[in-house]
Design a protein around this ligand. Sequence first.
Ligand code: PGA
Length: 259
Amino acid sequence: MISMQTIIGGNWKMQLGIKESIQLAKTLVSSLQDLERVKIYVAPSFVALPEVATIIQNSPIKLAAQNMSEYESGAYTGEISPLWLKELGCEYVILGHSERRRILGESNELINKKVHNALKYGLKPILCIGESASERSSGKVKEVNARQLEKSLKDIDSDQIKNIIIAYEPVWAINSRGLNPTGEIVPATPKQAEEMHNFIQQWLVSAYGNIGKEIPLQYGGSVKPENAKDLLSISSIHGALVGGASLNSTDFVQIIRSI
Ligand code: PGA
């Protein structure tokens, strides 16, 4: 087994305004100065990126964007260029999140263009994949994830794949905190997550050879302080992409400290 530095990401979605993002970033910086074994990134909204970039610049926390355009520049109203994200100091960009796939209609083909564009401009894509509840109950879990990998990674070669993180995020496990405060949504069990992470790793090895074992795989979907340790102790789970619990500095720090 290749030992990998654990990567924990906070996806703030459209949950925090600029002032709240500044506050959270400041609290995280003061709580997470001494970390060496963990890579951390936060993904604020686009409008909060410049402020958060300044706050985290001398800390171990890296900056991620939640999305970007498949184009570099031009007449694309409302779009965000990878060049600007780079200029702001982003290291990562989340691509293909299930909320963008399902609510905003992003296809694997579009996501593939974005993956190529991100790499072209030196951003590391965090490529999200994952099946829905109905795809799981109809026994199509592996087929759906394999298709997403194959199409989203089309024409990505073995040099490029080294700069990509895959986040396995089963849609049924994603907790939309605020939308679902009753907490009915349950995370994948460590066993379910492990099964899929092993499958994804095998897929990557069959596509890229041994390099496939070096691609970091994050689990996402209702990661909380209570379940982080069990999930992160599995050898094919190299980190977590945290949504709801990353909005609370105590919870997020606890998840990181559970490693
Ligand atoms: P969650 O979100 O942790 O709130 O389930 C994860 C994600 O959407 O990346």
